[in-house]
Ligand binder design. Structure first.
Ligand SMILES: Cc1cc2nc3c(=O)[nH]c(=O)nc-3n(C[C@H](O)[C@H](O)[C@H](O)COP(=O)(O)OP(=O)(O)OC[C@H]3O[C@@H](n4cnc5c(N)ncnc54)[C@H](O)[C@@H]3O)c2cc1C
Length: 674
């Protein structure tokens, strides 16, 4: 399996490797040799000699899909610079185009950039590392296999999708169209789905517009890259502007509820009190909101019975119990979940249909009550006349069809495009306000990986069955790390597993069958922002000193849990390989000093956010909120909010049920208005 690609020049890779590019790969212009060389740098001798060419083709594809023209231009410029003598001189100090360097030279450069003092070098390193490894580890060759999976003990897909018919017939356009309805809902995730179902149940004429496509059990093939491209926001490759925090969110009909891990916590009482008293959402303290929580939990089947603990979490449970720390079973929104091997693939869509996403619940309810649902439909802006929202303008791009313009005229407009999409939509609509795009919270988390003697097959089993709240309130104001885990698949791990060179990476990945992970996530103190730039959302965000302190506490706690659970090696997601082996000199204190030295800054530690919120928040004061306590915009009548962007602050726990319950509450107000 060791490839012999060493120097890769323009057109020379065929000679160097002796292998023809797979037919799907397009080596179309002078920039591509740089991408092939970049892919070869990261995957090195792994795979087979054609792998860098496949991966470069996949990277081209990812670039082409980036929604921002500015991002696409910037990346192409970087590749041009790498590929020219002068550009390479300026970037690297060597007047030789990058693709003419030997592999050893390229590896040495990227490895040094991973820990560079210059943030832009770390940023470029992260971008190319993630792109290369996501494509390499998460996809297959034309014959449906991946040569590296057997090497790292990963089975790839373990069951084929069943041919389940799609129960919703989406509305298909055949030209520019104008429609009208009582309420148009932008986005179909946790918030939008619930509002659609509830409004339709109250007899309202509803139209749901969703930017992503419609996929169901029949499409969920368990291949990471393919599923990310179909189901995730920006194909799973979104990040903050400095590339420090990977942003994972849903981007299909059903939004995040299709890909999420089905953990279903109710809104904590202390948070209900805080949002009621500090932000004017007094209804959060009342029976009505409790009834909304009850109603959504009932509809999406939340229970604590279907939580069989998978081996990868059993070792963590053991560690937590030995330490005498809090550990509890997860509430989950699943019905008839087999909790067996296939369950671990549920972040790529639940093949068995056990996960009660909005796709299988509220959107279906809405459809059965005559709601119209349009997919591949990006809402460009809200139409505002005389200070009132009267509809939306959207662009529909159905596969194989030209782009059509859709105008929907409605009495109410509901923004439910998620905490990145909604503020961008509001800004594109010319809606001004101090809180639009501000106060974005991310629940940033990192990964601490443990290697155990016993085989754990960490891609298998119940998504999340246990958690620990031992440290969630370390400051008396509900800040601190929440400890959760999740299944481990090789491509998503590329976001957090350190890369020093390909053979080191391969060594780490060979331990995959014996790995488990803890992902401490923190309730962040301050906000980032979302800015609509050339029509697409740019996310700017910085961790505060307190957030870093909370994450540090989470890392230390995770290492202790891993050690108590029996791990033989524990490492962080930092760029240098920072490792703890039980019994090592200086113990955990010395290890934490190594962690501190490796740093917590952008590109120094791998961070991930699956919970974006707060970017168009609700509140009584228009000076620091975008929507009132009644869910309606402070400045535009008839415009309502029903997604995670409405949260006044970071929630502190997994947000789906809170988003759904707030949307349920919003539906009562919206129904009265239309
Ligand atoms: C991998 C993963 C695991 C998670 N696990 C859990 C968990 O176990 N428990 C939990 O509580 N939470 C979990 N979450 C978080 C949870 O799923 C989200 O917080 C929740 O789905 C957000 O709901 P929302 O309505 O705000 O947005 P979303 O569910 O993201 O829905 C927004 C929708 O709007 C669409 N959209 C965006 N812009 C436009 C536009 N201009 N026009 C039309 N449509 C648009 C998007 O494509 C998307 O489908 C997870 C998230 C991810 C990604």
């Amino acid at each position: 399996m060791i490839g012999n690609t060493d120097q890769i020049g323009r057109g020379e890779h065929y000679m160097a490797t002796g292998v023809k590019a797979p037919p799907t790969t397009t080596i179309s212009d002078a920039r591509s040799p740089v991408l092939v060389a970049m892919a070869d740098t990261f995957i090195g001798g792994m795979g087979h000699p054609g792998s860098p060419i496949r991966v470069a083709g996949s990277m081209e594809d990812t670039f082409a899909r980036l929604p921002s023209a500015a991002d696409r231009r910037q990346l192409r410029l970087i590749l041009r610079v790498f590929g020219s003598r002068l550009g390479s001189l300026a970037l690297t100090g060597r007047a030789v185009p990058f693709h003419r360097w030997s592999r050893d030279q390229r590896v040495a450069l990227m490895s040094s950039w991973s820990t560079s003092r210059l943030a832009f070098r770390r940023q470029l390193f992260q971008i190319f590392k993630r792109l290369s490894l996501l494509a390499f580890l998460g996809d297959t060759d034309e014959d449906g296999t991946n040569p590296v999976w057997p090497e790292i003990g990963y089975p790839g897909p373990i069951s084929a999708p069943r041919p389940v018919p799609k129960p919703i017939r989406t509305t298909v356009l055949d030209g520019d169209t104008t429609l009208s309805c009582d309420a148009v809902i932008v986005g179909s995730g946790a918030g939008g789905g619930v509002v659609a179902g509830e409004l339709a149940a109250q007899g309202k004429d509803v139209i749901v517009l969703e930017e992503g496509g419609y996929y169901n059990e029949a499409d969920f093939n368990q291949i990471e890259l393919a599923m990310m491209q179909k189901l995730y926001y920006q194909g799973g490759f979104a990040a903050t502007a400095d590339a420090a925090i990977a942003l994972v969110a849903g981007g299909c009909l059903g939004g995040g509820t299709v890909v999420n891990y089905s953990t279903s916590f109710r809104t904590p009482d202390w948070q209900r009190l805080a949002w009621a008293t500090r932000h004017g959402l007094s209804w959060m303290m009342g029976d009505e909101y409790t009834a909304s929580l009850d109603a959504v939990c009932e509809r999406v089947g939340v229970n604590r019975d279907q939580t069989r603990v998978a081996p990868r979490e059993r070792v963590l449970q053991r560690g937590l119990q030995r330490l005498g720390w809090h550990v509890e079973r997860m509430p989950r929104n699943v019905q008839g979940c087999s909790q067996d091997a296939t369950c671990g693939y549920c972040g790529l869509g639940c093949q068995s249909g056990a996960k009660q996403s909005t796709l299988r619940t509220y959107l279906l309810d809405a459809y059965q009550r005559r709601a119209r649902i349009i997919v591949n439909c990006k809402v460009d802006h809200v139409i505002i006349e005389d200070g009132k929202a009267v509809g939306v303008r959207a662009t529909v791009r159905q596969p194989g069809e030209p782009a059509w313009t859709l105008i929907v005229r409605s009495t109410a407009v509901v923004a439910a495009a998620g905490a990145i999409g909604t503020p961008a939509l509001l800004q594109r609509s010319g809606i001004r306000g101090a809180a639009i795009g501000r106060n974005l919270r991310l629940h940033p988390g990192t990964a601490v990986v443990g290697v155990f003697d016993e085989p754990l097959r960490p891609w298998e089993g119940t998504m999340q069955s246990i958690f620990s709240d031992e440290f969630i309130n370390v400051d008396g104001d509900h800040h601190g790390p929440k400890l959760e885990s999740g299944p481990m698949h090789p491509a998503i791990l590329a976001l957090v597993v350190p890369w020093r060179d390909a053979s080191h990476y391969q060594r780490l990945m060979r331990s995959l069958p014996n790995m488990s992970v803890l992902a401490p996530l923190v309730r962040d103190h301050a906000g980032g922002r979302v800015i609509a730039r050339d029509g697409t959302a740019r996310v700017e965000y910085k961790l505060t000193t307190q957030d870093v302190a909370d994450l540090r506490r989470g890392i230390e706690a995770s290492v202790r849990v891993m050690e108590a659970g029996g791990a033989t090696e524990v490492f962080t997601s930092q760029s240098p390989f920072v490792v703890y082996r039980p019994g090592q000199r200086g113990g955990i204190e010395a290890f934490m000093a190594d962690v501190d030295r490796a740093g917590y800054g952008a590109g120094q530690m791998g961070y991930l956010s699956a919970h974006q919120m707060g970017s168009a928040r609700m509140g009584a004061d228009p000076a620091n909120s975008a929507f009132g306590p009644d869910h309606e915009s402070h400045t535009v009548k008839g415009l309502f909010i029903a997604d995670a962007s409405a949260f006044p602050t970071a929630l502190g726990t997994n947000p789906m049920i809170t988003i759904m319950a707030m949307a349920h509450h919003a539906s009562r107000v919206i129904a009265a208005a239309c």
